[in-house]
Write a protein that binds this ligand. Structure first.
Ligand code: PEP
Ligand code: MN
Length: 367
């Protein structure tokens, strides 16, 4: 249930209503958007009478029941206002959300060595990214495949962060590694395979770093939003959802099926920012540009793309990785789409010059 307050409600009145609710064994959670002030009622609200709650104060505009099983994650919980996730990086705060520019995240699947991660970071930074991605702990289908360099790769990510000022996105697979990962990551990634690892979700919910929650391979949208609800319920409001493709019947020509329809569907259900990962979503580098453009056109708030200096030699996910040059070219095209859908980016200015000369300038400046 939510209580929609008049935006001019005095603080003392909110406190008084909150205390009344606590007396009824309900936990009130106030969220102040740009236009609305909403008190979310957490607990057993089934017995509450909305009309009676309405009478608690003349500043109450509406009392509404949230019908979905996900409460804090629902769009209703913020009375239709999108949330913003602000992430601190060495270069300042970056905001994810519907009313902010598209945020680009790029980097290799796995952190392989210092030279590759630092150089790739510099190259993707030149293309306009705000965050470097790279796995230290890798969830691999085969136990015999490269598992990531672990803790030593976290140090390399820190080095790339120091050199470039980019924020770091990296995955945690195990609660035992959470503290170490959180000390390096600006955004902690929960991978598709761990989307329903509820003890891990509770732990990332109880710490302060923003969380990137990837959609499980066979997760429905409701499963996914319920997983986000675990993080929100544990006290962490900074959750970004990432669509990365789901398992359907074709395994030959695409690795996963990128569910772009999830973008408008999520928009209608949740206030949380939406990211799309077309690299895992397709599994092949040649399809990444088309799906990236489509994701922006469909309203994604952020894109995460795998980039490797030499995809043929990558220790993981080479076939779906773009080279830095391909990525830089793509970013120029994405800026045009972003502008068309009213989401201009920092690199949009580069569309004034020809793609080829802009790319060679970028590469010359940063290699
Ligand atoms: C990754 O981002 O490298 C990754 C393993 O992603 P996913 O969990 O979506 O498979
Ligand atoms: Mn990968």
């Amino acid at each position: 249930m939510i209580v929609v307050m008049n935006s001019s409600t005095p603080l003392g009145e909110i406190e008084r209503i909150s205390n009344e609710l606590r007396n009824r064994k309900i936990t009130p959670e106030t969220s102040r958007g740009h236009h609305k002030l909403v008190i979310g009622l957490i607990g057993d609200t089934a017995a509450l009478n909305p009309l009676e709650i309405q009478q608690l104060s003349p500043f109450i505009e509406q009392v509404l029941r949230i019908n979905q099983p996900f409460k804090r994650a629902s769009l209703q919980f913020r009375h239709g206002e999108p949330s913003e996730v602000f992430v601190e990086t060495p270069l300042g705060f970056v905001a994810f959300g519907q009313n902010h520019p598209i945020v680009h995240v790029a980097g290799p699947c796995s952190v392989e060595n210092e030279e590759m991660i630092v150089q790739t970071a510099q190259q993707v930074k030149a293309a306009g990214v705000k965050f470097l991605r790279g796995g230290a702990y890798k969830p691999r289908t085969s136990p015999y495949a490269f598992q990531g360099h672990g803790e030593s790769a976290l140090d390399l990510l820190l080095k790339a962060r120091e050199v470039t000022g980019l924020g770091i996105v990296t995955e945690v697979m195990d609660t035992a590694d959470l503290e170490k990962v959180a000390s390096v990551a600006d955004i902690i990634q929960i991978g598709a395979r761990n989307m329903q690892n509820f003890s891990l979700l509770k732990k990332v919910g109880a710490q302060g770093k923003p969380v990137l929650l990837k959609r499980g391979l066979a997760a429905t949208i409701e499963d996914w939003l319920m997983a986000a609800e675990y993080i929100l319920a544990a006290g962490n409001p900074n959750v970004i959802l990432c669509e990365r493709g789901i398992r359907t019947f074709d395994r030959q020509y695409t690795r996963n099926t990128l569910d772009l329809a999830a973008i408008p569907v999520l928009r209608s259900l949740t206030h949380l920012p939406i990211m799309v990962d077309p690299s895992h979503g397709t599994g092949f580098c040649e399809y990444v540009p088309a799906m990236s453009k489509a994701a922006i056109a469909a309203g994604a708030d952020s894109l995460m793309i795998e980039v490797h200096p030499n995809p043929a030699k990558a220790l993981s996910d080479g076939p779906q990785s773009l080279t830095p040059k391909q990525y830089q070219e793509l970013m120029l095209e994405l800026a045009v789409i972003g502008k068309t859908v009213g989401r201009p980016e920092r690199s949009a200015q580069l569309t004034q010059v020809s793609t080829e000369s802009a790319v060679s300038q970028l590469i010359a400046a940063n290699l």
